[in-house]
Design a protein around this ligand. Structure first.
Ligand SMILES: Nc1ncnc2c1ncn2[C@@H]1O[C@H](COP(=O)(O)OP(=O)(O)OP(=O)(O)O)[C@@H](O)[C@H]1O
Length: 418
């Protein structure tokens, strides 16, 4: 068949050309698409309605396009109604890390019976060489936990991450409490000066979603030692009073976890003692995590301690264990009578590094090691036939233990919660 003849035949069936083709082209394409779509759907459908699949196929293909396809889509498509058996429950999707997955994820959850309230793993905040590095905390529920360390060791950074006010770069934080049960008090809280103390605490109360003017408002002010100045504008408060006001604000919601950054830093000695008594009284009822550089405070109130140096956790565990671990080889010996002969005897011993009187009937003896002292002292007493009244090891205080730890430790030393 020549090209001319083909052209003549096409002309005879009057196929559209020119502008008409431009209009009809998309329509033809749409019809073709509908037919193809219907056929694909028919093939993939597990079941169709009213007719067998083959019959629907013929209708789609042979039925005057696109009516066959439309008829299938309207009537044949879809499963025949068959009773369904209930399947197994849909699995609960695992939580998908959000866009901050590179950052530490702070999970605050109500696992109320978990004995460890706060747990962190590999917590890191790198400001560029300083900050916090690979910190793994384990804070038991109901304890008073003291976070200590030299200036710049990362205490505030760590507390801020626990409080949720700062993001870590890496690591995880798990707090087994609802977020609403956590209260935070910065070292120097700031208030609008025109508010009275009552108004400031009331504001804190409403900010955590509690109705204003509850009974606990006056109680919180009283507990913080501010009952007498409840109606005074806080602009005139001293730093110590402002710190107490911060505590009152933190207490209004009756939190189960109280995070306190340097809670005694602005208080005078009497105020400090009050604050420490208050913190100690919370033991068992709530968990208190406090940071401080006053080691005597920690020794006084904290059952557990975490020691930071240059962003790394050198020790965590019972305060007592830390002190006992750094027990110095030193004893105080009391005898009946004069100590001169015993002092001379001890002074001759190669294991004794120092011996000095501490009163008319007592000596303080330092040895090269605990074992050397424990073996040598009874021998020296026996040699002089002394009548022993008492012989007690002189415990290190937290300050001595802290200094020993922070100047010598290279690795993390854990107490019971490693
Ligand atoms: N926003 C910041 N940007 C850069 N470096 C910071 C930032 N915050 C803290 N640092 C640095 O990180 C280190 C830890 O600071 P952080 O305030 O956590 O320590 P700290 O133990 O609370 O100190 P201090 O006892 O003096 O309050 C310090 O070297 C500090 O300079």
């Amino acid at each position: 068949m020549s090209g001319r003849v083909l052209g003549a035949e096409l002309g005879e069936v009057n196929l559209p050309s020119g502008p008409a083709l431009l209009v009809l082209g998309p329509v033809l394409l749409a019809v073709l698409g509908l037919v193809i779509y219907s056929l694909v759907d028919l093939v993939r459908a597990p079941q169709v309605k009213y007719l067998p699949k083959l019959a629907w196929g013929l209708i789609i293909v042979i039925g005057s396009a696109p009516l066959g396809a439309i008829a299938y889509l309207l009537f044949g498509r879809g499963h025949a109604a068959t009773p369904e058996r209930p399947g197994p429950p849909a699995p609960v999707p695992a939580p998908v890390p959000g866009p901050t997955s590179a950052l530490a994820r702070v999970a605050v959850e109500p696992a109320l019976r978990d004995p460890i309230l706060i747990e962190t793993a590999a917590l890191t905040k790198d400001y560029g060489g300083t900050g916090l590095f690979d910190v793994g905390l384990a804070i038991p529920r109901g304890c008073v936990y003291g976070l200590v360390g030299p200036n710049g060791s990362g205490k505030t950074t760590l507390l801020s991450i626990l409080a949720g006010t700062r993001h870590a770069d890496r690591g995880t934080v798990r707090i087994a409490l609802p977020r609403t049960a956590i209260a935070v008090c910065p070292d120097v809280p700031e208030f609008d000066g025109w508010l009275t103390a009552t108004e400031a605490v009331n504001l804190a109360r409403t900010m955590i979603g509690m109705p204003p003017h509850g009974d606990d408002l006056a109680a919180a002010l009283h507990t913080a030692g501010l009952a007498d100045v409840a109606d005074r504008p806080v602009g005139g408060f001293s730093r110590g009073m402002t710190q107490r006001l911060g505590l009152a604000c933190a207490l209004v919601g009756d939190p189960q976890l109280l995070i306190l950054d340097e809670p005694t830093s602005a208080l005078d000695p009497a105020g400090r003692a009050d604050m420490l008594d208050l913190i100690a009284s919370m033991r068992g009822r709530r968990t208190v995590v406090l940071s401080t550089h006053i080691l005597a405070d920690v020794q006084r109130v904290a059952d557990e301690v975490g020691v930071l140096r240059a962003g790394r956790l050198l020790y965590q565990g019972p305060t007592r264990t830390l002190i006992d671990t750094h027990l110095q080889p030193r004893w105080q010996i009391r005898i009946a009578g004069d100590t001169t002969a015993l002092r001379a005897e001890l002074g001759r011993q190669p294991w004794v590094t120092a011996v000095q009187p501490v009163g008319p009937d007592a000596l303080r003896v330092e040895a090269v090691s605990i074992e050397a002292g424990e073996r040598g002292i009874p021998v020296a007493l026996a040699a002089g036939r002394e009548r022993l009244i008492s012989c007690e090891p002189v415990a290190a205080d937290l300050e001595a233990a802290f200094l020993a730890l922070t100047t010598t430790a290279k690795e993390v030393i854990s107490g019971v919660h490693s």
